[in-house]
Design a protein around this ligand. Structure first.
Ligand code: ATP
Ligand code: MG
Length: 426
């Protein structure tokens, strides 16, 4: 669906560490998506070393091909940061010290109670005639240079500086520049968990063609698959998008945990808050991973009470009241232990809801009847305990992440199930 009229741009990510593989070029990927989201086609993306000729060649060639280039990295104060100098030279715009930029950099250091090192003056050097793009989160501002060959935008390499700078300065600027050539894009999202990418795709295979012109993208993560729907066009396309999203939702509802940009833990938190219930956790296997996700959310103390990380059998017995005989007979990774962990945690904390996890994350600990990735998850909601076993694939880390996600999903399904229904136990 490449539109011949769509504006085109090239991305140049700069840094020897990117070529060495020490740093993954996440800036390139992020910018690619952000630009495409705006309806701007990324014609090419290259990565070059911190090297004068390499940077110059890449920027010059990009300008020649598309007349627009976006660079990241190499705006730092050290001598291996060359981007500003090279591109200033290419545009024949001599560097000049920019006092407002220098003041801003100085203020940043003052705020941290540090005297500005002299080398940071380099970052206040601005090519004559370039536009300065304020960087709220770092010292080096973004720069925009333009002549009859086209437009070069230079952005810092640090992702935490790049993203806001792009969103706040670059995106509005490009929208204005290419006004009328960027069709608005409408989007919908279904976040799923519990099925792999191929399973999700299989379920909706026939819909992908049927919902055109709505475009479908599957974005798999360790803990689930996001399905993104998008359509180009103005407000008239709202109905088309909504209808397509509904058809996907009908097929995928077993796995969809939200249609918003939310983490599953946030969704569970919202349900608990609404129901004025508190959550308590008993984690073996996940070792506090669920607690981490829950407490990552600001204000989670309004619905999260406490948690136990019980690894040793003794701890499960002492802290959660798991039966020693049951542990002996069925093992720590068993339905009965998961149930006892959940109900013990709930009763001892006085909370309304508990999640318990016990499993084999690997690489050791597996047996013939309990293979690697076997995980029992139990939930207790007001004394009603349910448990389910899973078999997760992947590395130790992946098994743990998947177990945490499944546990949150299990509770979400119970909390959000219509009264009397047991559909959460599919
Ligand atoms: P600063 O002004 O903060 O020094 P900079 O523009 O000079 O930023 P670099 O020095 O090239 O940027 O990179 C700073 C950090 O940003 C690097 O340590 C690296 O971790 C990260 N970084 C740089 N380029 C990329 C990239 N393409 N993708 C992801 N991270 C990157
Ligand atoms: Mg660098």
């Amino acid at each position: 669906m490449t539109d011949p009229e769509a504006p085109r741009i090239e991305i140049v990510t700069i840094g020897s560490e990117l070529l060495r593989g020490d740093t993954i070029d996440t800036n390139g990927a992020w910018l690619g998506r952000a630009l495409l989201d705006m309806g701007i086609a990324v014609a090419r993306r290259v990565t070059v070393a911190d090297d004068n000729d390499a940077i110059r060649d890449a920027v010059e060639a990009a300008l020649h091909r598309t007349g627009a280039v976006l660079c990241t990295g190499g705006l730092g104060p050290t001598t291996d940061d060359l981007t500003r100098d090279v591109v200033a030279d290419l545009f024949d715009m001599p560097l000049q010290r920019n006092e407002p930029v220098l003041d801003a950099i100085r203020r940043r250091f003052d705020d941290m109670g540090v005297v500005m090192p002299e080398i940071n003056v380099r970052q206040a050097m601005v090519p004559a005639g370039a536009r300065v793009l304020d960087n709220r989160n770092g010292t080096a501002p973004g720069l925009l240079l333009e002549d009859d060959r086209g437009l070069a935008i230079l952005l810092p390499g640090v992702p935490g500086e790049l993203y806001p700078l792009f969103n706040e300065s670059v995106a509005p600027l490009l929208r204005e520049r290419w006004a009328g050539r960027l069709p608005p894009i409408r989007r919908a999202l279904l976040r799923t968990t519990g099925a792999g990418e191929s399973r999700v795709m299989e379920e909706v295979a026939d819909l992908i063609e049927a919902v055109r012109p709505v475009d479908i993208a599957f974005l798999p993560h360790t803990t689930g698959v996001d399905v993104r729907l998008s359509v180009r066009g103005d407000a008239g396309e709202d109905d088309v998008l909504e209808a397509a999203a509904r058809r996907f939702q009908d097929r995928l509802h077993r796995w969809v945990y939200t249609t918003e940009e939310l983490d599953l833990a946030e969704c569970v938190g919202a349900s608990l808050r609404r129901q004025r219930r508190f959550l308590v956790l008993a984690e073996s296997c996940t070792g506090g991973l669920i607690a981490k996700r829950v407490t990552d959310i600001p204000g989670s103390s309004a619905w999260f009470a406490t948690g136990w990380v019980t690894y040793a059998n003794d701890a499960k017995i002492r802290d959660l009241g798991v039966g020693a005989a049951d542990l002996e007979r069925f093992g720590a990774v068993s339905e009965i232990v998961a149930r006892q962990m959940a109900s013990g945690a709930r009763r001892r904390s006085g909370a309304a809801c508990a999640i318990a996890v016990t499993g084999i994350a690997g690489p050791g600990g597996a047996s013939a009847d309990k293979p690697l990735g076997t995980v029992w998850i139990a939930t207790d909601v007001n004394g009603d305990v349910t448990a389910r076993s899973y078999r997760f694939s992947g590395s130790r880390e992946q098994v743990r992440e998947r177990a945490a996600q499944a546990a949150l999903r299990l509770l979400q399904q119970r909390l959000d199930a219509p009264a009397g229904s047991r559909s959460w136990n599919d």
